[in-house]
Design a protein around this ligand. Structure first.
Ligand code: SF4
Ligand code: F3S
Length: 106
């Protein structure tokens, strides 16, 4: 499965959702997640993310492993998203900032 990681928080560009053949992205206030039960591992979304926030589970950096659980947990709570929308106005300022997990809104 593929996993959305920390750098999506407050960037939320949503380019990823347009290419997913099984529409398995779910949207929170400032972050998106992938439903691991629905993802078919096609890898199409990974290169679409301007923030490089999407990884294959097998290639996750060690400090992002907690996002496996977080994607699974939030995908069953949050609504589905299938169409791109404008990112937050300050998305670029947040791209690459460390410690964004604290900023996650549920
Ligand atoms: Fe969707 Fe494919 Fe990305 Fe999985 S890997 S979330 S199926 S685009
Ligand atoms: Fe997030 Fe990247 Fe998609 S920033 S919303 S994973 S395009």
């Amino acid at each position: 499965t593929f996993v959305v990681t920390e750098n999506c928080i407050r960037c939320k560009y949503t380019d990823c959702v347009e290419v997913c053949p099984v529409d398995c992205f779910y949207e929170g206030p400032n972050f998106l997640v992938i439903d691991p039960d629905e993802c078919i591992d096609c890898a199409l979304c990974e290169p679409e993310c301007p923030a490089e926030a999407i990884y294959s589970e097998d290639e996750l950096p060690d400090d992002q492993k907690q996002f496996i659980e977080l994607n699974a947990e939030l995908a069953v709570i949050w609504p589905n998203i299938t169409e791109r929308k404008d990112p937050p106005a300050d998305a670029e300022e947040w791209d690459g900032k460390p410690g964004k997990l604290e900023q996650l809104e549920r």
